[in-house]
Design a binder for this molecule. Structure first.
Ligand SMILES: C[S@@+](CC[C@H](N)C(=O)[O-])C[C@H]1O[C@@H](n2cnc3c(N)ncnc32)[C@H](O)[C@@H]1O
Length: 297
C-alpha cells in the first residue's frame, strides 16, 4: 500500500506538531505505539497498558535479536507471522519464580492467614500470573501441612501457555531443589520438602496428591474476567509490569473475586497505595504485602 505521508510526517500530523522536526525518540515512540495497536487489533493482547520503559527495552532487543532494521519492520512481521508474535509474547512474559519465594510471606500465611481459611468449608485460592507453577505447588504443600488441602482448590493462571505446560507437569530441574528446600524451612515447613516429590534422573516431580488440587488455566489479566469466588488471591511480581490503568483493572477484578474479608497478597515491590480500589482493603501484613478486603466499594 502507498502512503501519502512518510512515518515521520504522519506522526507530526496526528500529534498536531506540524512544523516541528521529529527526533529519533519521537519516531521510535510512534513506531512502538503502532506496533502495540497492531498487536491489539490482530491478536487481542493489549500491551498498551504495560509499564512503558521495560516494554520499550524488550521491543528494541527483539528488533536487534531478529536482525531487523526498525520497529516498523517488526510490526510487519508481527502482523503477518503469528510465530513471530509468539516470540514477542515470550519476551514480554518474565517468568522468573521460585518455590516459597520470600519465605517470610509464606510464614505469615501459615501463621496468621490459615486460621481464617480454616473457618471455610471449601477454600478457593487463585495464583494470578503463576508462571511455571512453583508458587502454586508451594501453597499446596503449606495447605497440606495445615490440614487444609483436602478442602482446597487452587487456581493457577497465566497468559503464557508455554509456562502453563511446564506448570502442569510439576517437574523441575533437580539442581533448583536445594534453594527451594531452604526456602521451605524458612517459611516454617514442618518436615522436609523431599516428602512431596519423587526424584528422577535430573528432575523431580511433585506428587499427584498436590497436583490433584491445582487447576492450571490460561487467564489474561488484560482482558479476562472473574471466574470464581476466592478466599485468597496471590498475584506477586506481576503488577510491576503494568501501568496504573491496568493495575486498577486488575485490582478491581481481585476485589470483585474475593469474598468479604478475603486476602490479597502482592509482591515485595507492589502495593495498593495509589490504587483507586485501595480503599476497599486494609493492611494485614505490611512487610508481607498482605491485604484484606473490607468492603465492596
Ligand atoms: C515474574 S512472574 C511472577 C511469578 C510468581 N507470581 C512469583 O512471584 O514468583 C510474572 C508472571 O506474570 C505473567 N503475566 C504477565 N502479564 C500477564 C497477564 N496480562 N495476564 C496473566 N499473566 C500475566 C507472566 O507471564 C509471568 O509468568
Amino acid at each position: 500500500m502507498k502512503y501519502k505521508f512518510n512515518v515521520s510526517q504522519l506522526y507530526l500530523f496526528l500529534n498536531g506538531t506540524q512544523g516541528r522536526t521529529m527526533n529519533q525518540l519521537d519516531l521510535q515512540n510512534f513506531e512502538i505505539n503502532q506496533l502495540l495497536e497492531s498487536i491489539y487489533f490482530r491478536y487481542g493482547y493489549d500491551f498498551r497498558n504495560y509499564a512503558r520503559a521495560s516494554l520499550e527495552r524488550k521491543v528494541i532487543k527483539r528488533v536487534a535479536l531478529s536482525g531487523l532494521s526498525s520497529v516498523t519492520e517488526m510490526n510487519q512481521k508481527v502482523l503477518y507471522e503469528p510465530e513471530f508474535f509468539n516470540l514477542f509474547l515470550k519476551d514480554m512474559s518474565v517468568t522468573v519464580t521460585e518455590m516459597f519465594r520470600d519465605p517470610y510471606v509464606f510464614k505469615k500465611i501459615r501463621q496468621q492467614v490459615c486460621s481464617h481459611l480454616k473457618t471455610y468449608s471449601r477454600i478457593n485460592i487463585w495464583h494470578a500470573g503463576c508462571a511455571t507453577g512453583e508458587e502454586a505447588y508451594s501453597i499446596a504443600v503449606l495447605l497440606a501441612e495445615e490440614d487444609l488441602l483436602k478442602r482446597s482448590r487452587i487456581y493457577a493462571t497465566d497468559y503464557n501457555n508455554h509456562s502453563l505446560e511446564i506448570a502442569k507437569k510439576g517437574s523441575y530441574a533437580i539442581d533448583k531443589i536445594a534453594p527451594y528446600a531452604q526456602n521451605y524451612l524458612e517459611a516454617g515447613g514442618q518436615t522436609c520438602l523431599s516428602d512431596y516429590y519423587q526424584v528422577h534422573q535430573q528432575t523431580i516431580s511433585f506428587h499427584s496428591s498436590l497436583q490433584d488440587h491445582i487447576t492450571f488455566a490460561n487467564h489474561n489479566l488484560m482482558k479476562d474476567q472473574v471466574f470464581a469466588q476466592m478466599h485468597l488471591i496471590m498475584c506477586r511480581n506481576v503488577l510491576i509490569y503494568f501501568n496504573n490503568a491496568l493495575q486498577e483493572r486488575v485490582v478491581g477484578l481481585f476485589k470483585d473475586s474475593l469474598v468479604h474479608r478475603g486476602f490479597l497478597v502482592l509482591g515485595e515491590k507492589e502495593s495498593l497505595e495509589f490504587n483507586a480500589h485501595g480503599k476497599a482493603f486494609e493492611e494485614f501484613g505490611k512487610n508481607e504485602r498482605i491485604y484484606r478486603k473490607k468492603s465492596d466499594l
